[in-house]
Design a protein around this ligand. Structure first.
Ligand code: NAG
Ligand code: NAG
Ligand code: NAG
Ligand code: NAG
Length: 276
């Protein structure tokens, strides 16, 4: 439909036509599409301003689809108040979700592997949301009052912060260097792997790690681990492996933790858990 808006006398007629079309769509089989929001700078539900794109689903009944990166002019996408957000796996743009019940990644068959190959940096921010999987290009993360089912990253390319979160599984495959991890008032069900190397810092405050896999938490090089507040690592055999150079501060820690000091691969010396 072509609409020439500057032709004033016809505006009233045009509005009537649009309303009729919309009500026909709502009653027909297209109803589902009317509820969904496609993330794009041209989308009516999204506001493009400067380098940001904000799409607000408002009533938490709609699904928002983020199928492709919105373009070089957009550096960060904000998605609010949706029932569900679907992010295609090839997407590479900073992403913030707020009040979203389900955030899922959809495998992009056509562009399989594109994200991790062509994306240097993707940050994710989550508030009061539930994330079932992370888009594969995500390499740094900030989450508050959120549930994260699987924080599984190949490498960390920035900081990782969890505040009042529930994480089911945490795994960072490559040794973390330089970046800072903060776990505040959170519960991590299973820590599969978190190895800290040069200049990496880990701050754990009032956080419980329910299950620590063998050798899951290793600090080496000039890594720094700071434990404070209560709670801790739950089961008695759970240990933190310390290698030469690592520094640990437990001066304000009230929970239990067991450290293993490892000089070489063969030499283990157990330190006692008498902290209280
Ligand atoms: C977690 O995510 C990683 C990477 O996407 C995947 O390889 C792994 O199978 C997932 N694990 C679970 C338990 O879903
Ligand atoms: C990390 O390593 C595990 C085990 O080798 C693998 O199953 C998983 O897919 C890897 N995760 C990522 C995000 O590369
Ligand atoms: C400690 O964390 C729990 C959640 O695991 C939270 O309910 C509680 O308020 C926190 N306490 C402090 C002192 O931060
Ligand atoms: C250890 O942490 C406490 C606060 O929890 C701080 O006051 C102290 O300076 C830290 N010590 C070192 C050596 O970093």
């Amino acid at each position: 439909m072509m609409i020439k808006w500057n032709w004033r006398p016809q505006i009233a007629t045009v509005v009537v036509v649009v309303v009729v079309v919309a009500s026909v769509i709502e009653e027909g089989v297209m109803a589902v599409d009317v509820e969904d929001i496609e993330v794009a700078t041209s989308s009516q539900e999204c506001q493009h301003s400067g380098r940001t794109l904000i799409c607000d689903a408002k009533d938490r009944t709609k699904t928002i689809h983020l199928r492709t990166s919105p373009g070089p002019e957009v550096e960060k996408v904000f998605l609010y108040n949706a029932r569900k957000v679907e992010v295609w796996s090839s997407v590479c743009v900073d992403l913030e979700v707020k009040q979203v019940e389900h955030v899922v990644t959809v495998e992009d068959e056509e562009n399989s592997g594109k994200s991790t190959n062509n994306c240097d940096n993707m940050g994710m921010w989550s508030y009061k949301s539930s994330l079932y999987s992370l888009p594969p290009a995500v390499n740094h993360l900030y989450a508050e009052h959120s549930t994260l089912w699987n924080v599984s990253l190949e490498a960390l390319g920035g900081d990782l912060t969890l505040i009042s979160c529930h994480v089911k599984l945490l795994q960072i495959n490559q040794t973390v260097e330089q970046h800072t991890l903060r776990f505040h008032s959170s519960v991590i069900d299973s820590n599969v792997r978190l190895h800290l190397g040069n200049q990496a810092s880990l701050y754990i405050y009032n956080t419980t790690i329910q299950e620590l896999h063998p050798r899951a938490l290793v600090a080496s090089g000039s890594a720094f681990v700071h434990l404070s507040g209560g709670t801790g690592m739950k089961t008695p055999h759970d240990i933190v492996v310390l290698q030469p150079g690592a520094l640990v501060n437990i001066s304000e820690y009230e929970g239990d933790v067991r450290f293993v000091v490892q000089e070489t691969e063969e030499d283990y010396r157990l330190s006692t858990p008498s902290i209280h």
